[in-house]
Design a protein around this ligand. Structure first.
Ligand code: CMP
Ligand code: CMP
Length: 344
């Protein structure tokens, strides 16, 4: 498969960020934090883009992925790198069907690189992402100075085999955010073009609608909705990923959305006499919260946060008003059972 070097098996575990592999951890942490925040909203945008993409649904369904023949173990390592990558997870790559993941992995092609070669140059347009097969790569970032000019590039990280890079420009359609330079005598990468990357994500968006529709029909409170209405609800949902302790809504705030728990755990907390008390836990798929502010046009009655990593489906206020009409009475009756709610 090229480059003259043999394919060496690597542990899947080294795919992302062993602590010693990263050179400037504070920078990286900040970068990761900002990127996670952006990707959370990308996850949402991706759900949105499903609706707007319905016009070319056929293109998405009939798209033929390019296939580059590779050794089975190379495919396995690429798949492991993608599945383990935080940002790819948030996009749902770890939940792709086996068929779709195989197609995405099959579309990766090999590329050989020599020491000092810039695979990516900050500011360029991005058209592919990479998985490192062999060798190390330095990441340099030139931050803007006060005058707005780019400053000196500073090395912020060193990436090892199994790492993924070059995803940001593809995800945000933005210029490359860093320069990526080969730091070893030679190295080998796998690269994936923008089109198969996006097509796989879009196609997974299509199947997700079907997935949501499936489990939403089983949710107690939604049982009065017919299949058409459930389908509209599934289409209106945006997936939001929460890390443990992440706050989704704060008591007293204006409410702009309703949420249904898909995975993980959340809790509702009320401040009473200056002390925060948990008043309800959400652990079951289909548990919901954030309806009171929308129904009553009132501030949030509680703070809801993730008590473990969680995935929730978000339904924005205008969509909630359109879709949840048939449920209003049931939601109100249910709210009467909330502990302390009557006293508030
Ligand atoms: P992209 O902007 O497409 O191209 C440069 C890549 O470098 C970027 O995607 C990330 O994958 C990677 N990268 C790693 N660390 C950083 C960082 N601190 N800032 C920006 N990009 C980084
Ligand atoms: P909302 O007021 O929009 O935002 C906070 C949410 O917490 C609220 O809707 C309910 O869904 C949920 N909640 C859970 N338990 C309670 C409670 N005891 N009192 C008020 N809200 C609660």
């Amino acid at each position: 498969m090229g480059c003259g070097a043999s394919v060496k098996k690597k542990g899947d575990g080294d795919r992302q960020a062993p602590a010693e592999a990263r050179t400037i951890s504070a920078e990286d942490e900040e970068y990761d934090r900002q990127e996670m925040a952006k990707i959370h909203s990308i996850g949402s945008r991706r759900r949105d883009s499903f609706s707007s993409a319905s016009a070319n649904e056929d293109d998405i369904k009939t798209y033929i992925f390019p296939a580059f023949e590779k050794a089975a173990e190379a495919n396995e390592r690429i798949a492991a790198a993608l599945i383990g990558h935080d940002k790819m997870k948030i996009l749902g790559v770890d939940k792709l069907s086996k068929e779709l993941l195989d197609q995405m992995v099959g579309a990766f092609q090999p590329r050989c690189v020599v020491q000092g070669e810039d695979v990516i140059t900050q500011g360029d347009k991005g058209d592919r992402l990479y998985v490192i097969d062999e060798g190390n790569f330095d990441i340099f970032v030139a931050r803007k100075t006060e005058s707005g000019e780019p400053g000196e590039p500073i090395k912020v990280a060193n990436f090892l085999p199994g790492f993924v890079f070059g995803e940001l420009a593809l995800l945000y359609d933005a210029p490359r955010a860093a320069t990526v330079r080969c730091a070893t005598v030679d190295a080998r990468l796998w690269s994936l073009d923008r089109e198969p990357f996006q097509m796989a994500l879009k196609r997974s968006g299509l199947t997700k609608i079907e997935q949501y529709t499936g489990w939403l029909t089983a949710v107690d409170i939604l049982k009065v909705l017919n299949l058409h209405e459930i389908g509209c609800l599934a289409d209106a949902c945006e997936e939001v990923l929460l890390e443990k302790d992440e706050v989704l809504m704060t008591q007293g705030e204006v409410g702009d959305a309703f949420y249904i728990l898909q995975e993980g755990q959340c809790g509702a907390f009320i401040i009473d006499g200056g002390i925060e008390k948990i008043v309800k836990t959400y652990e079951k798929q289909g548990d919901y919260f954030g309806e009171l502010a929308l129904i009553n046009n009132a501030p949030r009655k509680a703070t809801v946060k993730a008590t473990a990593d969680a995935v929730v489906l978000k339904v924005e206020k205008d969509k909630f008003d359109n879709l949840m009409g048939p449920l209003l009475e049931r939601l109100k009756a249910q709210a009467e059972t909330y502990p302390q709610y009557a006293d508030l």
